[in-house]
Ligand binder design. Structure first.
Ligand code: ATP
Ligand code: MG
Length: 372
């Protein structure tokens, strides 16, 4: 497989007409050889457009695609050897599953005994051995996806495989099995993969690194852990996690030369490493904290100096935990906190919330101070 380089890609549909749409503003991205990557973002943010530019189905308005350092922007999909697995793949009912898998190899004149070995190798990996002689008609969408995947990886020359929302038509209970087989194939073949989805769970379980797009821009390309712990802006903080990060407009101030954040009339300690980055004259600031970082005390703590009193107005039961929403005293700031499934918490309860300094994220004009 290969390294894929997306350089300064910009794409405008129907340029110069009244329907002109800037689908991709400017994207730079390097997918390292053999890595599993996901492309995640809300509907219309440009995921499919970017995928088609990488595969060669679409010529970008500006910028280059490089495969292992070679500029392939003007090459056809076949010349690039980039396989694409679509939401609704085309599988030929006139051939057996074996015939479908062998198709790309026969097209390039590979001898039949080599084809046989390769088909069995791929079929074994994807658990398709038992149905090799069957017709794909009636096998269902999940099997079609696996056949399409197999066809994508059957040629050893393939540079990369791109998936565009391949699970849309798959029954929820089968998704896990399919994803596991796809992942196994990705590892075994050292496939450079880019998997488009708008399901963060799917993205995070499949990929080593996830690229997140919003309105035509790449916002962050990072590991799941970093996206969760260190979002570069408030969009990522909100988008990743379920529920997402608590985000509030906040003030910043300084007391005896030590900066702090001000939320609903309460001062919140921030990590020391951020002190030098805070300008107390800022106005457009946001404070972020993950629901599972908010510490909840149900009894009044001995030392209340680091706690903010709050009253609970909603408790939602999730699988294995609860999300309590509490309003900070004297304000309308609503904080979501994750508590254990058996913690004694109810609507109307009075609690004390602690925002541990190392878990508090600060944003200026929606951009993280840590990333700046
Ligand atoms: N062929 C086209 N002609 C004109 N505009 C288009 C075309 N294809 C996409 N667009 C527009 O470009 C933008 C990006 O579309 P794209 O399909 O790449 O988004 P996406 O992230 O794949 O969305 P989804 O999650 O809904 O599949 C959207 O505003 C869309 O309306
Ligand atoms: Mg799309």
């Amino acid at each position: 497989m290969a390294e894929i380089d997306v350089r300064d890609i910009r794409h405008v549909y129907e340029k110069g007409t009244e329907n002109e749409t800037v689908a991709i503003k400017r994207v730079n991205l390097t997918l390292e050889d053999g890595t599993a990557n996901a492309l995640l973002g809300p509907s219309g943010c440009g995921k499919t457009t970017l995928l088609q530019i990488i595969s060669g189905l679409l010529t970008p308005t500006d910028g280059q695609i490089l495969i292992d350092g070679e500029d392939v922007t003007d090459q056809s999909p076949a010349e690039r050897d980039v396989a694409q697995v679509f939401q609704f793949p085309v599988i030929y009912d006139s051939m057996s599953v074996y015939g479908n898998l062998a198709f790309p190899l026969r097209n390039s004149g590979v001898p039949e005994d080599e084809i046989r070995d390769r088909v069995h190798y791929v079929a074994d990996l994807l658990d398709l051995e038992d149905i090799l002689q069957d017709s794909p008609a009636g096998l269902g969408p999940e099997m079609n996806q696996l056949i399409a995947l197999g066809r994508g990886i059957i040629r050893e020359e393939t540079s990369a495989i791109l998936f565009d929302e391949p699970m849309t038509d798959v029954e929820p209970y089968r998704k896990l099995t399919i994803r596991r087989r796809v992942k196994e194939a990705q590892r075994e073949f050292g496939i450079t993969a880019l998997y488009v989805t708008h399901d963060q769970h799917e993205a995070l379980t499949f990929a080593d690194k996830v690229a997140i797009m919003d309105v035509g821009e790449l916002v962050q390309y990072d590991t799941g852990q970093n996206l969760y712990e260190n979002p570069t802006n408030t969009f990522i903080g909100h988008f990743i996690g379920s529920p997402g990060m608590n985000l509030f407009d906040c003030g910043v101030g300084e007391s005896n030369g030590v900066p702090y954040a001000e939320l609903g009339g309460h001062s919140i300690t921030v990590a020391e490493k951020l002190h030098s980055r805070i300008d107390p004259s800022w106005t457009d600031c946001q404070l972020g904290i993950r629901p599972n970082s908010v510490e909840v005390a149900f009894e009044e703590p001995a030392d209340t100096s680091e706690y903010v009193p709050a009253s609970v107005n909603q408790v939602e039961l999730h699988s294995g935990f609860q999300i309590a929403t509490a309003v900070l005293e004297g304000s309308d700031v609503e904080v979501k906190a994750r508590v254990a499934h058996d913690d004694p918490v109810d609507d109307g309860d009075f609690v004390w919330l602690k925002f541990p300094g190392e878990d508090v994220r600060l944003f200026h004009k929606q951009e993280s101070l840590e990333a700046a």
